[in-house]
Design a protein around this ligand. Sequence first.
Ligand code: ADP
Ligand code: ZN
Length: 775
Amino acid sequence: MVALEADWLSTDLSTVTRDVAAEDLSAPCYLRVAVNAPLRNGFDYLPPDGRPARDVPLGSRVRVPIGRRTAIGIVIGHATQSAVDPAAIKPVHEVLDGRPLLDAQLLRLLHWTADYYHHPLGEVLAAALPKSLKEGAPATAQIAIWQITPAGAAALESGACGRAQAQAALLTLLATHPQGMSGAQIARLLSGWRAPARALLPRGWVATAVVEASEAAVPGREVPGHPAGPAQSDVSSAPALSPPQAEAVAAVAASAGRYECLVLRGATGSGKTEVYLRAAAAVIERGGSVLMLVPEIALTPQLVERVSRRLPADIAVLHSGVGDAERLAAWRRARAGRARIVLGTRSAVFAPLTDLQLIIVDEEHDGSYKQYDGGCRYSGRDVAVIRAHQLDIPVLLGSATPSFETLHNARAGRYRELLLPRREDQAPAPQLVLVDLRSHTPRQGLAAPVTQAIRRHLGAGGQVIVFINRRGYAPTLLCTACGWVAPCPDCDARLTVHQGESQLSCHHCGHRRPLPDACPRCGFRVKPVGQGTERVEQTLRELFPAETLTRLDRDTATGAADLERIVDSVQTGAARILVGTQMVTKGHHFPGVTLVVVLNADQGLFSVDFRSAERLAQTIVQVAGRAGREQQRGEVLIQTEYPDHPLLQSLLSGGYEAFATTAMAEREAAGWPPYSRLAVLRASSAASDGAMRFLAAVRQQAPADPAGHGRVRVLGPAPALLARRAGRYYAQLLIESAERAALHRFIDDWQPQIEKLARLHRVRYALDVDPLDVQ
Ligand code: ADP
Ligand code: ZN
């Protein structure tokens, strides 16, 4: 059992946040510049043209020489001294920004992120910026304008235009706008202006220029596809709030202007989004701006549409589907203070906002808030809480199934819970029923009571969701004679059968090959074993040939358009049965669904991963939240071979709350987060024992454990659960402590050794602070 002195915020901020931009009072002469590279420290440069270093403010972009190439970096410090020989310090080539690209508040947040996740600042800064800004695009939107020249003015006065009336009209118009006009502005007042403009240009009577777009010069929205502007927003379409909703909105309003973390708990459909919209509207009315984060999958056009319909403000949308040009435009509008709402996924937590007054994190428990593949492995939710703390503003975390971290913080009094009961016009909470697979042998993955229930609900006009957390046809291809199992050549994994495409595919590295007819070893017949979404879909088609069926997984929904089409078909009732993976559990409203079936719950009960039970319960409750309509109570069937399992039992008897209490007690007993602080050092190498050898050496060089470090334990190294992936070998070390500050000091002291050994051993490694899993 571990003691619990570490406070997620108060302790952490004081110990982990370093003094940002601590400036020496003697006149600094160097610029410390972070570039997008895996380097701990910035490089030092001289300011350009012998200017004082302070002339180039922190957060400005500069073009700098690095070896033989040049790069764009960001000024992160002014230094009086350098570790480098002064004679070798070069001047920056160019300062790109007049006003710093990143303001002091954002810089502070990015510094915190780099420190807390022990990641090079240059890479963190780069991750926060749209690609074109990293490549040097101007920080503000530029527009082309037309201006009258002195020669043009003279010509107009002397009547030199003669009978060319269109030209005279254009000159007259431009003469009244000496600061210049954009093409769009001219077109509004003067149709057919382009031909005279083209004629006047070679005569030198008009000129064009590119200037920074001012607010007036760029009216309306720039994001195509979201045309609703302030004028069209329909605030009156808001429903009257229920008393608990009104209380929640009031609580957010009451914390205006100070940090508070509010946890909005309510089942799907209980009206959380309604609370977000009201709380956001109040901020916008005060002239502030709002950052709203959602998990990737929930950012469907419906949500964007709902927000823009209801809020009288310009919205900037940032997610992975947004192209770079749009991303840049959204970033600029937010920074210029035009977009008062930024709606986006994980990385939008770094969006520049003017006068940010409220942060909302929807579905805060969702794993997609954590960056896990490459780069700085930050949690968008946690960075959001820190940003709110730094700015002294409220942050609202919403979920039907809060993460254990958040529950723990709420129970410890650090976060405040706001509860939304089910709405009166909403169906009662669905009934959870376990289907015992020991007494009901499944056929093609479905136990008889499940098939019967599906038939019953379809007969009564309901819709059905069948959830199975595995895509493809079957997870294994097996030879029935010699026992051969189709392996991935590059991973310690089996290949998944994709029947429709006649392919075998590795879900870890993407390896694909044609589906063989016979065993490559003995030539006998092969058969797919186990269930995936594709196979369940086929089985259900055979069982219910008259019903329309759709499937939602990463194979059927490869883009936003597919996702929208599939979700639509369920919402409109065109599809009566939906088979899908995790994707069906996220944020969609399916009002006609009365039955949800969870096919493979047992996986989550016995995984080696400490978080798997939490994930299982979240999935079941989230997917169960889709069941039931009007006054008709929904039903959720969970197939399991372990109906007596204490976690399933607590979920059944007391819902997520009871489940969480049971599961959190287990975590506490085992010393897992949130009852301990964890980091994983993952390494991979091309040689089979390279990663293990590197980690063993790293462990040897671990700092001794003087008083300052508190109790920090290093566990491992151990091969990863899937030790070979895409031809590389993975292993990991676990670093654990009861105290967050101790863990961070320990890693700080260790890091130089880790870096040195990584170069020596030629391995890749990544440090994951607060990992979502430790597989
Ligand atoms: P959640 O975000 O918790 O899933 P929503 O805010 O999306 O819930 O609400 C679900 C549905 O109920 C939406 O159609 C919403 O318009 C409606 N709704 C929410 N609050 C109210 C209310 N107070 N009165 C009437 N309808 C409401
Ligand atoms: Zn593979």
